[in-house]
Design a binder for this molecule. Structure first.
Ligand SMILES: [Zn+2]
Ligand SMILES: [Zn+2]
Ligand SMILES: [Zn+2]
Length: 286
């Protein structure tokens, strides 16, 4: 029975790239941004930025805005030429700001900073955050801003903290989590997902599947075969979820569970070599 589900679907957590033809909602329209699109074809972060900018013309916004996430954009450098410390106050690093202060706060453009007196760190030393080129702050492994963020976060392990900045964190909208389901039910859902992959007639967005998974997890269901199709349609998820998506997806999922390949208790000799049952096709196409 387990053999009917291919290894790539046999996991508690399934993550699909935004551009997946069946399970992806499309990628953000901001150039190389890898995050899945939501409103107006923009990922959550870029959508926020677009709204914050007063909802400018979308194509132009997508073409001109910084594709990086905010936390991957470089911190500002001290404005004194040749200084690699991060800006702390008024565009100056802490040391240059102190000197500028002692010099009587002259016009920064006219102020010739006593650069030679400022000792740079060891050659090649840089903030430990992968993309950050700034000099580390005193004895700390991070530049001014990243050191502040690190302190605010309770000074966690340096390596762990640094890694968090470079990870492309998977967001919930591309993730299906099946850990809350019993073994039989989990297998049936995994198999239904696999059938969707093999018969890609409609999109199946992870959010819709998750709505169904949550409905199932709230019941004492052991298998989709516990009830017949009519019972599922009329009994599950009362009051009915506002969004009909989970229901639409549920029928083909239940049907694929009756496939000879997966049916509970069937001896494995009846396997149809992993093919999805014909009844497993989506309700929308029948
Ligand atoms: Zn984006
Ligand atoms: Zn400086
Ligand atoms: Zn840094």
């Amino acid at each position: 029975m387990i053999a009917a589900v291919r290894p790539e679907f046999r996991a508690d957590v399934l993550v699909f790239p935004a551009e997946d033809p069946v399970f992806g909602g499309g990628a953000c329209r901001v150039g190389p941004c890898p995050r899945p699109a939501r409103g107006h074809g923009l990922c959550q972060g870029h959508h926020l930025r677009w709204v914050g900018a007063g909802r400018p013309e979308l194509d132009e916004f997508a073409a001109t805005t910084d594709p990086r996430w905010r936390r991957q954009r470089p911190n500002m450098k001290c404005r004194v030429l040749g200084c690699g410390f991060g800006a702390a106050r008024g565009g100056l690093c802490q040391l240059h700001h102190q000197r500028w202060d002692r010099a009587g706060s002259p016009d920064p453009d006219d102020w010739a900073a006593p650069w030679a007196a400022l000792r740079p760190p060891a050659p090649g030393a840089a903030c430990r955050i992968g993309h950050c080129q700034l000099w580390p702050q005193a004895a700390l492994p991070f530049c001014h801003s990243h050191a502040n963020t690190w302190k605010v976060n309770g000074r966690p392990d340096v390596e762990v903290f640094a890694r968090r900045f470079d990870e492309i964190t998977t967001t919930e909208e591309v993730t299906i989590r099946l850990g809350g389901l019993g073994p039989q039910l989990k297998l049936e859902i995994q198999y239904a997902l696999q059938c969707r992959r093999d018969q890609p007639s409609t999109k199946t967005l992870p959010a819709v599947v998750m709505a169904l998974v949550r409905l199932l997890a709230a019941t004492d269901t052991v298998s989709l075969l516990d009830r017949d199709e009519h019972e599922w349609r009329t009994q599950i998820g009362r009051p009915a979820p506002r969004d009909g998506g989970p229901r639409c997806w549920f029928t083909p999922a239940a049907r694929s569970a009756t496939s000879p390949t997966l049916a509970a208790g069937r001896p494995s000799s009846t396997e149809t070599s992993g093919r999805c049952a014909a009844s497993g096709s989506p309700a929308t196409s029948s």
